[in-house]
Design a protein around this ligand. Structure first.
Ligand SMILES: Cc1cc2nc3c(=O)[nH]c(=O)nc-3n(C[C@H](O)[C@H](O)[C@H](O)COP(=O)(O)O)c2cc1C
Length: 538
C-alpha cells in the first residue's frame, strides 16, 4: 500500500473507478492477483476484516477467469473510505465521521426530492450488452464465499432496483442473490422490506415484477441499498442529495426501471410468482448460517450490460466484524439518531448500533434526562422506528456521561444503574428475521426485544452516588505535570485485546483460533499497552 496523502476536505467522484483511484491514492487499496474464487477470496476477505484498519481488496486474475474481470471486497470498512463514499472527506477518523454524520440523514431525506435521476443517452455500462440467450453470468468471478454456503453468491454488494407500481417510487436494496446458472440468479428479499412489498404488489397487479440488479457501482449506492432509508423516499434521490448531483441513468425498453449509467455490471429482467429456485444456506450477518435454505424468486436475466474490465462489488456477511458491519454501524447509528429527533425525543446525545450486533441487534442511545419516563420513551422509539425495527434485540438507554460507542462504559452503566426487575421492558412479537439463529425452524419470524434502561432513576438523579473517578480538570493538571510518564507507557486502550491477551498469557485457549494465537503469543513480547504487573497476575 502507498503512503498516506495529506488531509483534504470534501471529495467528489462519479463512479467506482474514480473512487478506487482516490482510495489507492490514500493507501487503502490492495490488489490481489491469482486468488481462487472457491473459498480463497472469501477467506482472504475474512482475514482482512479482522485487521483494523484494513484496506479494500481488489482481486484480479482470479483463478479460472479472464484478467480484468475483477472483484472488490471491504469497500466501506474504514472511516476514510466511508467518508469518501459519503463525499465528506478522505481522511476522517471514526469519531469525526460519526460527528459529521449527525443530522445528515434528516437533511438528505428532506432534500432527496430535488434530485430525481438524470436520464442520459448513453453510458459506460453499455460497453458490452448481451441479450437473451447470449447473457453469460459465468464471465464474472463469483466467489464461493463460505465453506457451508449452498452455492456461489453473485448478489452481495448489489443494488436491487424495484419500484412501487402505485406510486412509482423507486427503491434500491441489497438482497442476497445466488447464482443458479449462466443466465439466472435468485433474489431473496425478507417480507416487509421495500423490494418485497414492491414485487408482491406487481405480482398482484400484473403477474410479474420488473427488477434491475447493479452488481458493481459507486459504493455509496451500495451503502444506501443496505440500510433502511425511510419508506416513500427513493434511495436514488437520496443518493443525489448526498452527492449534490442526480444519479445518471439510462432509460430501458425492457422494464420501467432506471439503469445506472456508470455502473460496472447491470442485469435486467422480471420476477414471476411461479418462477422460483432453491437457494441457501448462506453465512449471514448474524454470524451464523441462520437464514437457512428455501426457495426465492428467480431472476432470468434478459439483458446483461457491463463495462470493459468490470469490477464486481462483493460484500459477504459473516460473524462480525464482516464486510459491511462498519458501514452499517456508522450509517444506522446516524439514521436512528435522526429518526429519534424526528419522532420528537428530546436531548438525544448519541446513538450507537455496535458492529458486534451486526449494526442491528444492539442499539445504545444516550440522552440527557429531562423528565420521568424520558429514557423509556427513547428506548421504545429506538426499538420500533423503521430505521431500527428489523431484528433488533437489545436497546440500552444510558445517561449523557456514558459514551455509547464504548461498550465497557455501557456495560458498566447497565451493571450499576439498571435494576433488572424494574428497568428491563420486553416487547414481544416484533419484526424478526429468518436469519435469527434463535428462531425455531418453520416458526413465524417474530422476535422479542429488551429495552434496558441503564439511566440513573430520574427521581434520584440529583442524589445518585457520585461517580468515583477524578474530575477532568484534576486529570488534565496531573497529566500535564506527569506528561513524560504517559508518553513512555500509553494507557491501555479500552476494550482492545483484553480477553485475548489474558488467554495468551495464561496459555489457555477457548477455541481453535485462540489456540493458534496462544502458540504464537507464547514467545511474543508483552504488548505495549500492558499495565505494569499485569503479566505476573495473569
Ligand atoms: C450485503 C448485504 C446483504 C443483504 N442481504 C439481504 C437479503 O438477502 N435479504 C434482505 O431482505 N435484506 C438483506 N440485506 C439488508 C437490506 O439490504 C436492508 O434491510 C435494506 O434496508 C433493504 O432495503 P429496503 O429497506 O429498501 O427494503 C442485506 C444488506 C447487505 C448490506
Amino acid at each position: 500500500m502507498q503512503a498516506v496523502e495529506p488531509r483534504t476536505r470534501q471529495v467528489q467522484y462519479s463512479d467506482l473507478r474514480e473512487w478506487l483511484s482516490i482510495v489507492e491514492g490514500f493507501g487503502e487499496l490492495a490488489v490481489v492477483e491469482g486468488a481462487d474464487w472457491n473459498l480463497e477470496i472469501g477467506g482472504l476477505s475474512e482475514l482482512n476484516y479482522r485487521r483494523k484498519p484494513y484496506p479494500a481488496l481488489l482481486f484480479d486474475r482470479v483463478k479460472d477467469y479472464a484478467p480484468g474481470f475483477r472483484l472488490l471486497t471491504g469497500a466501506t470498512g474504514t472511516s476514510r473510505r466511508l467518508g469518501t463514499c459519503l463525499r465528506l472527506s478522505t481522511d476522517m477518523t471514526d469519531l469525526e465521521l460519526v460527528q459529521a454524520l449527525r443530522g445528515k440523514p434528516l437533511a438528505w431525506e428532506t432534500n432527496a426530492r430535488r434530485y430525481p435521476p438524470r436520464e442520459v443517452p448513453n453510458g459506460p455500462v453499455n460497453e458490452n450488452v448481451l441479450e437473451g440467450a447470449a447473457v453469460d453470468l459465468s464471465r464474472f468471478p463469483v466467489p464461493f464465499w463460505h465453506e457451508h454456503d449452498g452455492g456461489r453468491y453473485l448478489g452481495t454488494g448489489c443494488s436491487v432496483i424495484t419500484c412501487d407500481p402505485d406510486t412509482g417510487v423507486t427503491n434500491v436494496g441489497a438482497y442476497r442473490g445466488m447464482l443458479i446458472d449462466d443466465r439466472s440468479m435468485t433474489v431473496q428479499i425478507v417480507p416487509g422490506k421495500h423490494g418485497y412489498v414492491h414485487y408482491q404488489k406487481w405480482w398482484a397487479k400484473e403477474g410479474r415484477a420488473p427488477v434491475v440488479v447493479a452488481l458493481g457501482h459507486d459504493p455509496l449506492l451500495f451503502c444506501l441499498s443496505g440500510v433502511e432509508v425511510p419508506t416513500g423516499v427513493s434511495e436514488i434521490e437520496y443518493y443525489g442529495a448526498i452527492v449534490g448531483e442526480p444519479l445518471d441513468v439510462l432509460k430501458s425498453d425492457l422494464t420501467p426501471l432506471p439503469v445506472p449509467a456508470r455502473a460496472e455490471i447491470v442485469l435486467e429482467g422480471w420476477l414471476y410468482p411461479d418462477k422460483k429456485a432453491h437457494e441457501g444456506p448462506f453465512g449471514e450477518w448474524t454470524g451464523y448460517y441462520s437464514g437457512g435454505e428455501g426457495t426465492a424468486p428467480l431472476l432470468e436475466v434478459q439483458r446483461l450490460r457491463y463495462r470493459d474490465n468490470p469490477v464486481l462489488l462483493g460484500s459477504p456477511p459473516s460473524k462480525p466484524p464482516h464486510d459491511y458491519s462498519y458501514m452499517r454501524t456508522a450509517m444506522k447509528s446516524a439514521m436512528i439518531y435522526d429518526a429519534l429527533v424526528k419522532a420528537g425525543v428530546s436531548d438525544v446525545r448519541g446513538v450507537w448500533a455496535d458492529e458486534c450486533g451486526g449494526g442491528r441487534m444492539l442499539i445504545v442511545v444516550s440522552i440527557t434526562q429531562r423528565f420521568c419516563g424520558h429514557s423509556r420513551q427513547a428506548g421504545a422509539l429506538a426499538a420500533q422506528c423503521r430505521e431500527a425495527a428489523y431484528m433488533n434485540r437489545f436497546v440500552v438507554v444510558v445517561d449523557d456521561d456514558i459514551d455509547p460507542t464504548n461498550l465497557e462504559e455501557v456495560v458498566w452503566a447497565m451493571c450499576t444503574r439498571c435494576d433488572p426487575a424494574e428497568d428491563i421492558d420486553v416487547l414481544r412479537k416484533a419484526w424478526g428475521s429468518r436469519a435469527d439463529p434463535l428462531l425455531d425452524e418453520g416458526a413465524p419470524p417474530y422476535n422479542s426485544r429488551a429495552i434496558i434502561d441503564a439511566c440513573r432513576p430520574f427521581e434520584r438523579i440529583k442524589h445518585f452516588p457520585r461517580v468515583a473517578q477524578a474530575s477532568p480538570e484534576l486529570l488534565r493538571q496531573i497529566e500535564s505535570k506527569w506528561s513524560g510518564l504517559f508518553a513512555q507507557r500509553p494507557a491501555p486502550a479500552p476494550g482492545v485485546g483484553g480477553a485475548e491477551r489474558a488467554a495468551r498469557l495464561a496459555g489457555q485457549a477457548t477455541n481453535g483460533s485462540l489456540a493458534d494465537d496462544a502458540t504464537h503469543g507464547a514467545s511474543a513480547p508483552a504488548p505495549t499497552d500492558m499495565a505494569a504487573g499485569e503479566e505476573e497476575e495473569a
